[in-house]
Design a protein around this ligand. Structure first.
Ligand code: GDP
Length: 141
């Protein structure tokens, strides 16, 4: 059975460009319930750990530099089939390939600065949620 939680980050580009409210609204209008949320900033060590799976990729340095460049909004979202439905809502990694109306099509500027993160599996949703939030910050309501 598909899990019901995913982890998102509104990335530094979208925060800088003033899109926190619009993106959060699109997320909740799509039926996701916010069960944890904070404005925070990743340190270099945080970003390197969060994206460790990409450490051999040529863009890893750029990714870490970008993700530490300003505040982000981290949130845990709850919905049936959360991981897959959220990835549909945000669209393809490259905004040029993202379906019309998706969050990345509307707010991303490039494949690197692509406005939002969404977990890619139930297992990673749990790991990433616990990376950002202590148990007492994760709500059930
Ligand atoms: P996602 O699951 O759609 O976020 O995509 P990936 O897991 O493949 O990549 C993680 C993140 O790395 C993306 O969201 C981008 O921010 C960044 N990224 C991916 N590909 C590139 C690239 O070719 N160049 C740069 N600069 N960043 C990239």
């Amino acid at each position: 059975m598909a899990g019901n939680k995913t982890l998102t980050m509104i990335k530094p580009d979208a925060v800088r460009n003033g899109h926190i409210g619009a993106i959060t609204n699109q997320i909740t209008e799509a039926g996701f319930r916010i069960v944890a949320m904070k404005l925070t900033q990743l340190t270099q060590n945080d970003a390197e750990r969060f994206y460790a799976v990409h450490k051999e990729r040529p863009f890893f340095g750029e990714l870490v530099e970008f993700m530490t460049s300003g505040p982000i909004v981290a949130a845990i979202l709850e919905k049936d089939n959360a991981v897959a439905d959220f990835r549909t809502l945000i669209g393809a990694t490259n905004p040029a390939e993202a379906a019309e109306g998706t969050i990345r099509a509307k707010y991303a500027t490039s494949i690197g600065e692509n406005a939002v993160h969404g977990s890619d599996s139930d297992e990673n949703a749990k790991i990433e949620g616990d990376f950002h939030f202590a148990g007492r910050e994760q709500f059930d309501y």
